[in-house]
Design a binder for this molecule. Sequence first.
Ligand code: PGA
Length: 251
Amino acid sequence: MRKNVIAGNWKMNNDLNASIRLISELKKELSDKNPNVKIIICPPFTSLETASALIKDSIIELGAQNMYSEESGAFTGEISPNMLVSVGCKYVILGHSERRTIFNEPNQLINKKIKAAVKNNLAPIFCVGETLSERENGITFKVVEQQITEGLEGLSETELQNLIIAYEPVWAIGTGRNATPEQAQEVHKFIRELISKLYSSSFAANITIQYGGSVKPENSIELMSQPDIDGALVGGACLKADSFIKIVESI
Ligand code: PGA
């Protein structure tokens, strides 16, 4: 059975002290009473090492929000996969729409990053999703298909055993306007069928596909109850312990 995964993408929020506060609040409430949910937090780089120590002996797992595709070298300002592993990360968000649009990351770079992540035993949380104009022009499936085929090019089913896909319609991120459960389900089903075509039906049946884009306690039960939605990638609502916990509990 697929496990639901709720991941909190903190983005560029929370300095070290604020990170410590949020993690202690989360730890108090999140225990193994939620056995069907995997819970991941993705703080900024500067809080990862401390976060890793704080979540030890809890059910919370650690992810990073980005990384570069090389192991080391003259790449000022970048962080490598092995550096993330060395501070306790198990996951890394790749291809987030803010990386694609603000930092101009193309599918080919995201593909290199996914390859580097799996080589280092980091599970990629691979984000895909269409913009508003792409949705209005009726090319949502085409865009998502291209992001997935180019993003996963050259990667085998074995290499992708720990892959998580996050469908995040760009128009729903940080806007308060979530996709309806039906709109999200339609794309999730499309993604699962595409993975089945590219790999195998058993691999597709087992892959976790999260929804992201204005997930909050008020809409999470409905979204999470869709058959092909296996959890959420949460931005704004993960910055307050009580709303993140309510989302976890909605599973
Ligand atoms: P949001 O962000 O929940 O604030 O819309 C989601 C994301 O960017 O992963």
